[in-house]
Design a protein. Structure first.
Length: 173
């Protein structure tokens, strides 16, 4: 009799555990099922070869060129590059690149970098100055253009090792 009672309790526990496990896997309603279907990773969605490559520079702190008061800028810069080879090339020229960026920052006023347009221009100037030691001479105005026109400019654009400049911090005081 004790064996039958123990078997019944074990069977009840196993049945309860199976029910709990099956309910946690199955979505509660159709809305949950749709959400899971939409946000499930698609096979082949991530390709390691096409993943972006970033080079994070140390934070820059520099005095700004404001004449009426002492102001400074503290900015974190991350360069998006075309491939790991370009990242190594940038690291080899890091002292020159940092110097060029510091020169750009110290020639800016606080008014020039506060607005989004000024930040985009600063990013283009930093990109142009970071490209110089790598042997690429690009005008800031060309970098500000969203879509370069002409086959020569497009070919030149594709060869640039730095794709974009991203700010991770941006403080003006």
């Amino acid at each position: 009799m004790k064996i039958v009672l123990i078997m019944a309790v074990l069977l009840l526990l196993l049945g309860t555990a199976a029910l709990v496990a099956s309910r946690s896997v199955v979505p509660v309603d159709e809305e949950d099922a749709e959400f899971e279907a939409e946000h499930q990773a698609k096979p082949g969605a991530y390709d390691a070869k096409s993943a972006p490559v970033f080079v994070q520079l140390e934070t820059f702190t520099a005095n700004l060129a404001d004449r009426d008061s002492d102001r400074f800028i503290q900015v974190g810069v991350t360069l998006e590059v075309v491939d790991p080879k370009a990242a190594e090339q940038i690291k080899a020229f890091m002292p020159v690149i940092r110097n060029n960026i510091l020169l750009v920052l110290t020639n800016k006023t606080s008014d020039a970098v506060r607005e989004p347009v000024g930040k985009r221009r600063l990013a283009a100037e930093i990109r142009a100055q970071a490209l110089r030691p790598l042997g690429h001479s690009v005008k800031v105005e060309e970098l500000l253009d969203e879509e370069p026109s002409g086959s020569f400019r497009q070919a030149k654009w594709a060869r640039l090792p730095i794709k974009a400049v991203h700010f991770s911090t941006f403080i003006v005081q």
